[in-house]
Design a protein around this ligand. Structure first.
Ligand code: F6P
Length: 549
């Protein structure tokens, strides 16, 4: 593997990009009548339409050459066989083992991980059943009706998204709540609506050292003890933990039998498939959790076996690099036309940016090209009335992923037809734009003063040629969602290989955490470090002046 810019195909791609600068995406359909067939793919109930992207057959061939030069096939095999591809932490990245439906042995340090994976999954199943059938009750004998999942980052975003997205499949009589932020309003608003005798807290933290999670967990424990007549031994009926750190869980007061393990070879942002997904099983039922895993497993099979030119996550990754590094389009919008997926942009922000927001290559050198795009987005049609102006006529070109279900969960057929018309219209409008001639023609028909027409003309032109991918799925089932998430996970992997970076560590989040601890000490002791930066001193002193407690 080499730096992207040092690959032999890099300059060919630079030249090829120049040759496409004046080409219109819409015309590429005329040049290549097979375009739509070659660039659209059906995967079970999901349709991927890549044809409205700024690529030709040759682009794809060159990008595939890049993938081969970066030894993508070999890297995929390494990931699937449990090699320690997260080399800065000397860990494997084995989220695929968590949905390994074939149960094929996968070894880390010579040990097959599957028996442990299966036994935790069984524990998740048993616990879920006990909660659902009322065998597991609160310490006073009441049934559990409310689950509070406390975690942050990868220990929160995935389960939160899945529970929200698949809410139509929820089990009756179980409510879920998610608390992540150390801002006390988050837990306060949650606790306010709960009956402690009927509440189960899940403390989800891979490390069990994350400040926000531990503070929220302690506040929850204090609240529980204060608002019930429980003693410490009763905590076991109301608190469980998911972690790799048994010692810290015990220190917190959660006994080992209330712990659900996972392992350091599961990255936080790839962990929803592990016991971190316990809340998913509790909310949707274990069968639906299994279907989610199955959907991801099917994509793992596709990713590891499908030829590159028909391999969906590979195409997604290649497109990302193509726009980011050759067109200088440095952000990407995720726009689901599906209220059920309203949290998808948040989830992908962590998945993509925490994975690939890196600047050092595998050889420890600084990259001189950009890596992860900035990921942002919101549900349509709401965002048509906020940032779509910029997408159509702004100076930044932003490639977009549109997502939409063919069957909604509501009965309002007229709403759904309008929704789908909008998503199709947007990709068409972004691609075609509106030329000067079209605007002139349009203006000539209106009752507009000729002078005003001239003034208005440039404002009404849409440059077009703005790329997008559309992903349609029949219905957002657990299986379909599992597949969608896995497609993006593998896209992230592909990008990382092409950029020659490690997608599985996250050193960049450490510095802020360390400094927060130091500042917290100064705030607690009210002793400001006189050697600190003047701005930092000003801010701490300003806070201390206002906060006398
Ligand atoms: O935000 C940094 C991070 O380390 C993420 O990678 C991780 O998902 C999150 O914190 C939570 O970590 P933990 O599960 O160890 O509490």
């Amino acid at each position: 593997m080499a730096k992207l810019t040092e690959t032999t195909v890099y300059e060919k791609l630079v030249d090829h990009k120049k040759s496409l600068e004046n080409v219109r995406i819409a015309n590429l359909f005329d040049i290549d009548p097979e375009r739509i067939n070659n660039l659209s793919f059906e995967f079970n109930d999901i349709l991927f339409d890549f044809s409205k992207n700024l690529i030709s057959k040759q682009t794809l061939n060159l990008l595939l050459e890049l993938a081969n030069e970066q030894r993508l096939q070999e890297r995929i095999e390494q990931m699937f066989s449990g090699e320690k591809i997260n080399f800065t932490e000397k860990r494997a990245a084995l989220h695929i083992a968590l949905r390994n439906f074939e149960n094929k042995p996968i070894k880390v340090d010579g040990w097959d991980v599957m028996p442990k994976v299966n036994s935790v999954l069984l524990k998740v199943r048993n616990f879920t059943e006990m909660i659902h059938n009322g065998f597991w009750r609160g310490f006073r004998g009441e049934r559990i009706t409310d689950i509070v999942h406390i975690g942050i980052g990868g220990s929160d975003l995935g389960p939160r998204l899945v529970c929200d997205a698949l809410e139509p499949y929820r089990k009756p009589n179980i409510n879920v709540h998610f608390v992540s932020n150390v801002d006390g309003r988050d837990i306060q608003k949650t606790l306010n609506v709960l009956n402690p005798y009927r509440t189960l807290f899940i403390i989800a933290s891979k490390s069990f050292t994350t400040q926000e999670t531990l503070i929220n967990a302690s506040t929850a424990k204090e609240w529980f003890l204060r608002n019930t007549n429980a003693t410490d031994k009763d905590i076991a009926k109301h608190f469980v933990a998911i972690s790799t750190n048994e010692e810290a869980c015990q220190k917190f007061g959660i006994p080992p039998e209330n712990m659900f393990h996972f392992w350091n070879w599961v990255g936080g942002r790839f962990s929803l498939w592990s016991a971190i997904g316990l809340v998913i099983a509790l909310y949707l039922g274990f069968d639906n959790f299994q279907s989610l895993l199955e959907g991801a497993y099917l994509v793992d099979k596709h990713f590891s076996s499908e030829p590159f030119h028909r391999n969906i996550p590979i195409i997604m990754g290649l497109l990302s690099v193509w726009y980011n590094n050759f067109w200088n389009y440095h952000s990407q919008a995720i726009v689901p036309y599906d209220m059920q997926l309203r949290l998808f942009p948040d989830y992908l922000q962590q998945l993509i940016m925490e994975s690939n927001g890196k600047r050092i290559t595998r050889n420890g050198e600084v990259v001189e090209y950009s890596t992860s795009p900035i990921i942002w987005g919101k549900v349509g049609t709401d965002c048509q009335h906020s940032f779509f102006q910029l997408l159509h006529q702004g100076t930044e070109v932003v490639p977009i992923d549109f997502l939409a279900p063919m069957e909604p969960f509501h009965p309002f057929e007229n709403h759904h037809k309008v929704l789908i018309s909008n998503v199709i219209a947007q990709s068409e409008a972004l691609m075609n734009g509106k030329s000067k001639e079209e605007v002139e023609e349009e203006l000539s028909k209106g009752d507009i003063d000729p002078l005003d027409r001239i003034e208005l003309l440039p404002h009404k032109i849409f440059p077009g040629n703005r790329p997008s991918t559309t992903i349609f799925y029949r219905r957002l089932t657990p299986k379909t969602l599992g597949s969608l998430l896995a497609f993006y996970e593998h896209r992230v992997f592909v990008e990382g290989i092409l950029w020659d970076i490690n997608s599985f560590d996250q050193w960049g989040v450490e510095l802020g955490k360390q400094l927060a601890k130091k500042i917290h000490t100064q705030i607690e002791t009210r002793q400001v470090d006189e050697n600190a930066n003047p701005s930092t001193r000003l801010l701490i002193n300003y806070f201390l002046k206002q906060n006398k407690r």
